[in-house]
Design a binder for this molecule. Structure first.
Ligand code: ATP
Ligand code: MG
Length: 250
């Protein structure tokens, strides 16, 4: 059965999109059929991270939500490593297109959930990874409510951790069965164990991964995903090592 994994964080800029895109690629390289859906219609990122800086004519999630295409028409195949399985990307929207209709008219949120199910079936997926907008909006609620695994990404700063209570309540309310706390961007000079302890105390749960601030990721240039540009980077190794904890092997 396919697994749905949703990313979430209380505040923006924690690294959700970067982590989701790299995990999607690494999971596909390991042989899982994966689709990454960028549900962040307000601030799309996934297509940029995969080097699709301009979307010209490609269908998107927004096009599907406003009735202009089937959701699987918005799934672009992304090349994977030799021996890997297939990877698909559903971009949130092209520049400005779709956003006006969605803001002006809204859309039937039921379509989003239907779209997830349809993608799983049409693309024969093992994993559907959902990138989301920070905080709580319709797309995030639907994504988290649809997921078996919720990946909560936080920095270890006071502002991020102040949202822990609300995040826990949100996840409890939506009944997401499995949760994985990821502490990201631990600054140089801050011991990883100290950052872990702060985050674990705030969230009352064990962190699945503690990821350092990596300048190479912050300034990755060109059109390549970080895991492609730096396959041997220790951060990529940490991304790989978190995959088993996210995939329910039952
Ligand atoms: N571990 C890290 N080390 C250094 N830079 C990082 C790390 N993780 C993410 N970044 C950088 O931080 C910035 C924000 O990352 P990203 O867009 O993935 O976060 P986000 O949570 O999806 O943001 P948003 O809330 O805007 O959607 C990007 O420039 C990214 O390259
Ligand atoms: Mg993002």
């Amino acid at each position: 059965m396919a697994q749905i994994i949703a990313m979430h964080s209380h505040r923006g800029g924690t690294g959700r999109s970067s982590i989701a895109a790299n995990l999607a690629r690494l999971m596909a390289d390991e042989g899982h059929r994966v689709a990454l859906v960028d549900t962040d219609i307000q601030s799309p990122a996934a297509h940029v991270l995969f080097g699709m800086t301009e979307l010209r004519g490609e269908r998107t999630l927004a096009d599907y939500l406003i009735g202009q295409c089937e959701v699987e028409d918005a799934a672009a195949a992304v090349p994977v490593a030799p021996g890997g399985a297939e990877l698909f990307l559903v971009p949130a929207r092209a520049e400005a297109s779709g956003i006006h209709e969605i803001i002006a008219q809204g859309y039937d949120v039921g379509l989003l959930r239907e779209g997830f199910d349809r993608l799983i079936e049409a693309l024969r997926l093992d994993v559907l990874l959902l990138d989301t907008h920070a905080g709580i909006n319709n797309e995030t609620v639907t994504s988290v409510a649809s997921a078996q695994t919720l990946v909560v990404v936080t920095r270890s700063c006071r502002l991020d951790l102040a949202g822990a209570g609300e995040t826990i309540e949100f996840a409890n309310h939506l009944g997401c069965p499995r949760r994985a706390l990821v502490v990201n961007m631990v600054p140089p000079g801050v011991p990883g164990e100290a950052a872990r302890a702060r985050a674990e105390a705030a969230y009352g749960s064990t962190a699945r991964a503690v990821l350092p601030y990596a300048p190479e990721l912050a300034c990755v240039a060109g059109d390549r995903l970080f895991a492609d540009a730096h396959p041997d980077h220790p951060l990529v190794e940490r991304f790989r090592s978190v995959i088993p904890a996210l995939l329910d092997k039952d």
